[in-house]
Design a binder for this molecule. Structure first.
Ligand code: 9MR
Length: 555
């Protein structure tokens, strides 16, 4: 209670595709259908009808109606949907609706690169900044980072990579997932050089690959060198000794940074993305592809030799823990990628994990085995492809049912009724699975459900919030971030357009959320405040999911 969610008429605040589904969700206690009107930007009524009563929505506690204006296809700007006296936020109907978001969701990665000046020519003046963590005082730099005292006695150059999120740590398990999603976009649908405003945009290599390489270069450097005790294993993470205050610009970070102990999970993540990297780069840079493959194979062997080294859950001072004590799913995913690239049958027996309705995240990579199989069906035994395909369709059907059965079109509906930290990434990753079902079958229902999932992220939700900076009248712009900390210092920019907020989190894992959201319904546990890191952070593995599904929507 007490929160101002604005209009009860909830729309995709960016808009709708002319040929796509067009629905609004309306919060209203009425038990009978209500009249709705679609108005153009002069206020003229251009369409109308009656709502369908969807009923009580479990995840929000709202009583919801649905207005469907899908048959209206006329492009234009500034439409509104009215129900009684209530009027929605304005939206467009446009063929190129997702074109700029597609770029911005990817441009996010350049703006978060570590170890390089962010050039105003590409980033614009607001987002340009000096290189971070290159060892210019007070900065310690990432070029020679020691292990945490007592864990090993060498230092590594772990330059490159993207800053994780609102903090400037660099973590292998979610960094690898983010890089994987960018490379997977490219394997799904080729995009070209010149797509993005980045320094590499005329180097003859697709920009999405250039961008993912920045992270690969970091991931490769996290591997324990030959001759050391844990050679081939991969350090779990590198970050500051202590959390830095907000704001802190990367070049001003005075903290010492340390390598944390290797983990089996991180090692298998490098095995997986290294194998994928070898495949996607073979055509563009053979030497780099070979580096990736060697690292992947070495990592795989090291993981087999050390199958149960887990990152400790309490290692969360100065950086996140990213703990995971079940790596059977990572073994399976890595084996799938290695088999897809090499055809070596010894990997096949390790493909044991399958997609489940729980979807996937940095911690749960089971689904990525099946997604890898259907990405490269000609490389896998036909019975495996057949089964992976069937499993993906079954899970996608469940997600479509979630979209259709809830008051707001969210493919995510947790079985325990609690939204996780980063729930918007669960929405986006589930949408990716539905999109994959569309790619496999061409059935329009899948495509429509992906587009409706975009509606959820862009404002058709319980808090009337577009969770993507710069897109929509009520869009998140105060996400937790040390660089883009406009809320704390007006001289700094907001997070760049195309930044996805983590979204509602039932856990209320920060003091601001605890104070302001007691007893919140799951889909309403969200605050657009910079200090609410557990509901309103950004993260590379969330924006990579956004980038993937937005490219799908745009196509
Ligand atoms: O995305 C992570 C989420 O799954 C965890 O529940 C949460 C708490 O451990 O951490 C999230 O990751 C954060 C990381 O630990 C530190 N950098 C910011 C990440 C996004 O909030």
């Amino acid at each position: 209670g007490g929160h101002d969610y604005g209009s009860p008429v909830r729309v995709n605040q960016l808009g709708y595709l002319p040929s796509g589904p067009k629905q609004a969700s309306i919060v209203d206690p009425a038990t009978r259908p209500l009249r709705w009107q679609l108005r153009d930007n002069t206020g003229k009524v251009v369409d109308g009808g009656r709502t369908r009563v969807q009923g009580d929505d479990a995840m929000s506690g709202d009583h919801v109606h649905i207005a469907d204006f899908s048959t209206f296809r006329r492009s234009g700007r500034g439409y509104t949907l009215a129900v009684g006296a209530a009027v929605s936020e304005p939206f467009d109907i446009a063929e190129n609706l997702y074109d700029s978001l597609r770029r911005d969701a990817l441009e996010y990665f350049y703006l978060n690169q570590s170890g390089i000046p962010i050039d105003a020519r590409y980033a614009g003046p607001a987002y340009a900044r000096p290189a971070g963590h290159i060892g210019v005082a007070p900065n310690k730099g990432d070029t020679s980072v020691p292990c945490l005292p007592g864990t090993c006695d060498y230092s590594l150059d772990v330059s490159f990579g993207w800053y994780d999120a609102g903090d400037q740590g660099k973590y292998v398990v979610n960094g690898a997932l983010a890089a994987w999603q960018l490379m997977d976009m490219q394997e799904r649908q080729r995009s070209g050089d010149g797509l993005l405003s980045v320094p590499e945009n005329h180097n003859g290599v697709p920009d999405v690959l250039d961008e993912s390489r920045w992270e690969m270069e970091f991931l490769l450097r996290m591997q324990v060198p030959a001759g050391q005790e844990l050679a081939g294993m991969v350090h779990h993470k590198i970050h500051d000794l202590a959390w830095t205050p907000l704001p802190t610009m990367p070049q001003d970070d005075p903290q010492p940074r340390y390598l944390h102990a290797p983990s089996t999970a991180a090692t298998l993540n490098l095995a997986a993305v290294g194998a994928q990297c070898a495949r996607v780069w073979a055509k563009w840079d053979k030497a780099f592809a070979q580096r990736c493959l060697t690292a992947a194979k070495t990592a795989w062997q090291a993981a087999l030799a050390h199958p149960a080294i887990y990152a400790p859950a309490d290692d969360s001072v100065g950086g996140g823990a990213y703990a995971d004590t079940d790596v059977s799913d990572e073994f399976s995913w890595a084996a799938a990628e290695l088999y897809a690239t090499t055809g070596d049958r010894t990997y096949l027996s390790h493909l044991t994990a399958e997609i489940t309705p729980d979807g996937f995240s940095w911690r749960d990579t089971a689904a990525l085995t099946d997604l890898t199989i259907v990405r490269l069906p000609w490389r896998f035994p036909p019975d495996r492809v057949f089964k992976a395909r069937a499993r993906i369709l079954k899970v996608a059907d469940e997600y479509v049912a979630n979209v259709r059965s809830q008051g707001y079109p969210n493919p995510y509906r947790p079985s325990d009724g609690r939204y996780v930290w980063g729930s918007n990434s669960a929405t986006a990753n589930n949408a990716l699975i539905i999109a994959t079902a569309y790619d496999l079958t061409g059935r329009p229902g899948y495509r429509d459900a992906v587009l409706e999932s975009m509606d959820y992220l862009l404002g058709r939700n319980a808090v009337n919030q577009s969770y993507i900076t710069g897109y929509g009248e009520r869009a998140s712009h105060n996400q937790h971030n040390r660089i883009f900390a406009h809320e704390l210092n007006p001289a700094l920019p907001t997070p760049p357009p195309g930044s996805l907020a983590g979204g509602p989190n039932s856990g209320l894992d920060d003091p601001v959320a605890q104070q302001n959201l007691p007893g919140c319904a799951p889909a309403k546990c969200y605050l657009d405040e910079i200090d609410s890191y557990s509901t309103n952070e950004v993260a590379i593995n969330w924006n990579s999911a956004l980038a993937w599904i937005t490219a799908f929507a745009d196509a």
